[in-house]
Design a protein around this ligand. Structure first.
Ligand code: G6P
Ligand code: MG
Length: 218
């Protein structure tokens, strides 16, 4: 029986994925790396420094910057990103997600946020969702990033549930891999070609309800 839900944030609860994209694209231009749809998709779910390394690698420029210069580039991106998300309001919650989270709360399911983003507490606050979750996994305490399962293993521990009683929700392939590796049920939201390893999948957040999930788990 499912008793808990572990939510990715960017692209699942709110469309901040588009702001990450905008800020990384600007950074890629600054370091003269060609932006492609494949590079864009591959960055989803990847932590800040990991994303920077992937962009530099795409342009064969990983060796062109010192560690300190990379830290400066990552913080330039983050400043740009924080500016873009500073005006978020509850209206920016993705379609259906506010109702779904409310439904979980009302029916006694426990929910937690499992995002690689260090901006997650700020974003949840802006969306007025902080109190809807029992907590947020703190990514700074992790030793490995998605697709490693660690973040979802930690989420189940904090929910105090065995992994098989937890559904993880993700919009990125790296996240689906992490959920599967943790032994939880993976729920993908988005394109079937990208989320082919998800146990269950919906096209959009608007389709995610307890009834629709139950129907797919049968
Ligand atoms: C999420 C997003 C990634 C982002 C990462 C780190 O996983 O999907 O695009 O790079 O969080 O976010 P941060 O806000 O800490 O830079
Ligand atoms: Mg995501």
């Amino acid at each position: 029986d499912i008793k808990g839900f572990a939510f990715d944030l960017d692209g699942v609860i709110t469309d901040t994925a588009k702001f990450h994209t905008q800020a990384w694209h600007a950074l890629a231009e600054q370091v003269n790396v060609t932006w492609t749809p494949e590079l864009q998709e591959s960055l989803k779910g990847i932590d800040r420094m990991g994303s920077l390394e992937m962009i530099l690698k795409a342009g064969d420029k990983q060796a062109d910057y010192t560690h300190d210069e990379k830290v400066a580039l990552a913080s330039w991106k983050n400043n740009h990103y924080v500016e873009l998300i500073s005006g978020l309001t509850p209206d920016d919650i993705l379609p259906g997600m506010a109702d779904f989270i409310k439904e979980l709360n009302e029916k006694g399911y426990k929910a937690i946020v499992a995002s690689a983003s260090k901006n997650a507490p700020f974003i949840l606050d802006r969306l007025q969702l902080t109190d809807s979750f029992v907590g947020i996994v703190d990514p700074s305490t992790l030793t490995a990033n998605k697709p490693d399962p660690e973040i979802y293993v930690r989420a189940a521990e904090l929910l105090n549930l065995p992994p098989e009683q937890v559904i993880g929700l993700e919009d990125a392939a790296s996240g689906i891999q992490a959920i599967n590796g943790a032994g939880e049920v993976s729920l993908g939201i988005g394109n079937a070609d990208i989320l082919h390893d998800a146990d269950i999948r919906f096209d959009t957040t608007a389709d995610v309800t307890l009834a629709n999930i139950a129907a797919k788990l049968d």
